[in-house]
Design a protein around this ligand. Structure first.
Ligand code: ADP
Ligand code: F6P
Length: 470
């Protein structure tokens, strides 16, 4: 077994197998924030990525991707149902996102969560070199730091949570709250998107486990676990370079033409998830059409909503409701050849996404709750022309870093409508000033700065940073 001095452990590998219409299997970059953040960072770094390849049954052997070794962890059908779709995405996901949908609790799901976390910990223990740095990602694997420390006390273990970490009132609902906290405390560094999340965690370990904690460190026996906020970001330069390509500008022009050359294009790009506020946004747009504040001929909405977690009941219900509403709005307000909403569920390559960002006069990113939201950051990075208005939810982690966006509360329908109108009618000079400020922020706070800040806290020797290009 080849071993690495840097091991990233995430539920999903950065590529997914995708079965084409002719039945052929091809590998594609998986859509989602975690992969978007880590993929550009690790490219050409001698590291191993431990994760699931997206199917069930025996783990496929994958070639290295951009120099990163892929180590697949197999999931059975039961694991997929009870760990990924169950405990991770129907218990933890709603609790961590303000319980905007009702979390479900099943003892069988907890058994699967433990079993799959154990399998990930064992796979990681096999591929980590002596004294390696292991970076465990996200809520699917909260027990891995503790399990791995028991197997391999020589490792330096980091944990980073990409999603929000809830306030104690919500977390306390979890029947296995103590075990989940203990699992995370197996790490040397527990990182969150926001300082508030680190604060929630510190409060909980004191309340549930009786450990002395501040928002920076927690004493666990003779070990000191550090905690802190490390807002994740994107490869700003890469997106800006892509968006600057002449073929992307051409594609954006063609897209605008194909959309009927409207005065305003509003764009939203989400995974089909109830946390993303898609229904609230459609309602706001529909009421603006109904009230005559916007006209289909002048203004179109492009809603990209790539299906996600498709076997989870709440996601199926959401998709049905969104599709019914899109149909209703188009039926009521569209004309022949002029739909009110262009609704797309396909995964796009980065070039097409960059062209979509460049054609969007208003980018509507209005989740009810989101750990960060990298789509908002990608849009800003892509606007190399300093144009484009970002309408951003106050409940996205990105809002703390991009206060120059047009901020809205997506739970407030009137506020959402006013926010959309304000972004649509904004003076170009105002749009430009705001965009320039946000671009300046992201030039400095990019994915490398995130990795530097996290890894230098985790690995104080600094040797890792040198390998990642410091
Ligand atoms: P989440 O992690 O909840 O999915 P983020 O906004 O942080 O949300 O990240 C989503 C990532 O997935 C972004 O990098 C975005 O570009 C990508 N993405 C979203 N929709 C698509 C799509 N239809 N095709 C390709 N990539 C997509
Ligand atoms: O950050 C939230 C997250 O679960 C990430 O781990 C992942 O990138 C994204 O959402 C997509 O989710 P999934 O892996 O379930 O498709």
């Amino acid at each position: 077994m080849r071993q690495s001095s840097l091991v990233v452990v995430a539920n999903r590998l950065p590529i997914n197998d995708n079965v084409a219409l002719d039945g052929a299997c091809e590998w594609r970059r998986s859509p989602g924030g975690l992969v978007s953040a880590l993929h550009p960072l690790l490219r050409h770094t001698p590291a191993t990525w431990v994760g699931w390849a997206g199917g069930t049954g025996p783990a496929p052997t994958l070639p290295d991707v951009d120099g990163v070794r892929m180590h697949t962890v197999p999931l059975t059908g039961d694991d997929l149902r009870d760990h990924y779709e169950g405990f991770a995405n129907a218990t933890l996901w709603p609790i961590y996102h303000d319980a905007v949908e009702q979390p479900e609790h099943h003892r069988r799901w907890w058994d699967a969560y433990q079993r799959v976390n154990q399998r990930f910990a064992e796979a990681t223990a096999q591929v980590a070199e002596d004294g390696a740095v292991v970076w465990v990602q996200d809520y699917h694997l909260q027990l891995v730091p503790g399990l791995l420390r028991a197997l391999r006390p020589d490792l330096r273990i980091g944990f980073f949570l990409h999603v929000p970490f809830p306030p104690p009132e919500l977390f306390m609902q979890l029947p296995r709250r103590a075990e989940l906290l203990r699992g995370m405390l197996g790490a040397d560094l527990v990182g969150f998107q926001r300082a508030q999340a680190a604060h929630n965690f510190a409060q909980l370990v004191t309340k549930v486990l009786g450990l002395p904690a501040t928002d920076r460190r927690i004493a666990v026996g003779d070990r000191m676990v550090r905690i802190g906020a490390f807002p994740v970001s994107i490869d700003t330069n890469e997106m800006a370079a892509l968006a600057s390509r002449p073929e992307v500008a051409d594609r954006a022009r063609r897209l605008r033409h194909d959309l009927g050359s409207p005065d305003h294009v509003i764009l939203s790009v989400d995974r089909m998830d109830y946390t993303k506020g898609i229904e609230q946004r459609l309602k706001a747009y529909s009421e603006l059409l109904e009230g005559g504040h916007v006209k289909v001929r002048d203004t179109v909405l492009v809603q990209v909503a790539v299906p996600s977690r498709e076997r989870v009941g709440q996601y199926q219900i959401l998709r049905d409701r969104v599709e019914r509403e899109v149909g209703r709005i188009n039926g009521e307000f569209g004309r022949v050849g002029e739909p009110a909403i262009h609704y797309l569920t396909q995964p796009f390559d980065r070039t097409e996404l960059a062209a979509l960002y460049r054609v969007a006069d208003v980018m509507a990113v209005t989740p009810l709750r989101d750990g960060m939201n990298l789509v908002a950051k990608e849009y800003v990075a892509a606007r190399v022309d300093d144009a484009g208005a970002l309408l951003l939810s106050e409940f996205a982690g990105a809002a703390a870093e991009l206060p120059q966006a047009y901020l809205v509360n997506p739970h407030d329908l009137e506020g959402l409508k006013q926010g959309l109108l304000a972004a649509l009618r904004a003076e170009p000079a105002d749009v430009r000033t705001r965009m320039q400020a946000m671009r300046a922020h992201l030039r400095v706070h990019d994915i490398r700065a995130w990795a530097r800040s996290y890894l230098s806290t985790l690995d104080q020797s600094g040797s890792l940073l040198t390998r990642l290009g410091g």
